[in-house]
Design a protein around this ligand. Structure first.
Ligand code: ATP
Ligand code: MG
Length: 377
């Protein structure tokens, strides 16, 4: 089978690597150059979007910020999975909040801000601190403003107003800051026939607003069940097909949805080593109408992102239970360049290996990650 992925970044690349053994070929549509590429050898160009659509048995996306005319063309072919509506929901926080409300999925109290009146309404309804998020185009903590003290109110409005005026389609979601204990996420998939499988939750740590470490959680049945119920309600509601990730805030033993991503997700990269079938293979299986593979945790696994670096100590390659995944990207500060999956036969062994790694990774680039790991293990 042939699959066209909208977006030609590392997620398309990892889908291509994962499904080659199933004789499934992936081509990727680069939204920048508007060319269809081989995601494993991006210099190989196969044509334009129309050629890509014709080539494909199924079409999917690696990210939610795909131009709506591209989505419309793909949808018209009848091959796009998930639907353009689902992809648009993931790319617009206003639609996302609507879906959460429709599904009665607990989330942070919020107000949509369009103008000064709704900004004042947000201040009335919510208490400080408040986080303001751009409705469109936000990722890795970009497009956010935090209002902590009343004295910052007029400056915040100046900035928000400037932002709203710059793009008529934009809006802002004002959200109550949640005093969470930790952030967790659930990655799962829904197949053509409504079959649902989810991986164990992961605990997520961020460095400067970017995901930096994910730890697969086993034996957290209470919150796993809550998260799975939310996943089931959301994906059934929109007849979703493919992989979807839900980011949650954990407050006590309750989960509040932060946001959803209609795609494979960075917090699911550990599944490459920690599960029989990884999220990339399962996503493509779902969109191709094939049975989903096992999503159980087969060995304790964690993932460390490599941010802004294009080398790591060679010693890492000889360590047992360590798998390094580079994305073939050029170096830029803070950029997601690759990740390291670390596994152990037991949680103790995984913790030992993580501690060793925290000693090996240079503090110059990994200080926050190393400190987090040392605090955990
Ligand atoms: P990413 O692309 O990394 O998922 P994003 O830009 O889509 O991030 P969010 O996930 O909404 O944005 O927010 C980034 C981070 O800011 C969250 O992971 C969390 O740490 C913090 N944050 C966001 N909303 C809230 C909130 N309501 N209360 C407390 N913290 C929040
Ligand atoms: Mg997020």
């Amino acid at each position: 089978m042939n699959v066209l992925v909208l977006g030609a970044g590392q997620l398309a690349r990892m889908m291509a690597l994962a499904v080659k053994p199933l004789n499934i070929e992936i081509r990727a549509y680069d939204v920048g150059s508007k060319q269809v590429l081989n995601p494993l050898a991006p210099e190989q160009v196969f044509g334009n979007l129309t050629d890509g659509i014709q080539y494909a048995d199924a079409i999917t996306a690696e990210f939610e910020h795909v131009a709506h005319d591209v989505l419309a063309l793909c949808e018209a072919s009848g091959k796009l999975k998930p639907t353009s509506q689902a992809i648009k929901i993931g790319g617009d926080r206003r639609l996302e909040k609507q879906l959460l409300e429709q599904c009665q999925a607990d989330n942070a109290k919020h107000v949509i801000v369009k103008d000064k009146e709704s900004f004042d309404e947000a201040l009335n309804q919510l208490s400080l601190p408040i986080i303001f998020k751009s409705a469109l185009e936000g990722y890795d903590g970009k497009g956010q403003w935090r209002l902590k003290f009343e004295s910052q109110t007029s400056q915040t409005w100046l900035e928000l107003n400037e932002f709203l005026k710059s793009n008529a389609k934009q809006g802002i979601v004002a959200e109550q800051m949640v005093p969470f204990q930790r952030e967790v996420s659930l990655v799962g998939m829904r197949g053509h026939n409504g079959e649902i499988k989810v991986y164990p939750l992961t605990e997520n740590h961020h460095t400067d607003g970017v995901l930096s470490v994910s730890l697969a959680l086993d034996n957290e049945q209470k919150i796993q069940q809550q998260a799975t119920e939310v996943f089931t309600r959301l994906t059934n509601k929109i007849d979703y097909v493919g992989t979807l990730a839900i980011e949650f805030f954990q407050v006590g033993d309750k989960l509040l949805v932060n946001e959803i991503a209609p795609r494979v997700h960075n917090s699911g990269h550990w599944t490459q080593q920690g599960a029989d079938t990884c999220q990339f293979a399962n996503h493509i299986r779902a969109v191709c109408g094939l049975p989903l593979g096992n999503t159980e945790l087969i060995r304790p696994t964690a993932m460390i992102n490599i941010l802004g670096e294009d080398t790591i100590p060679n010693q890492m390659l000889s360590m047992p239970g360590v798998a390094v995944h580079w994305y073939g990207k050029s170096k830029r500060p803070g950029r997601k360049m690759g990740h390291i999956n670390v596994s152990g036969d037991s949680q103790e062994q995984l913790n030992q290996r993580l501690s060793t790694i925290a000693d090996i990774l240079p503090d110059a680039a990994f200080a926050d990650i190393n400190a987090y790991i040392k605090g955990k293990c």
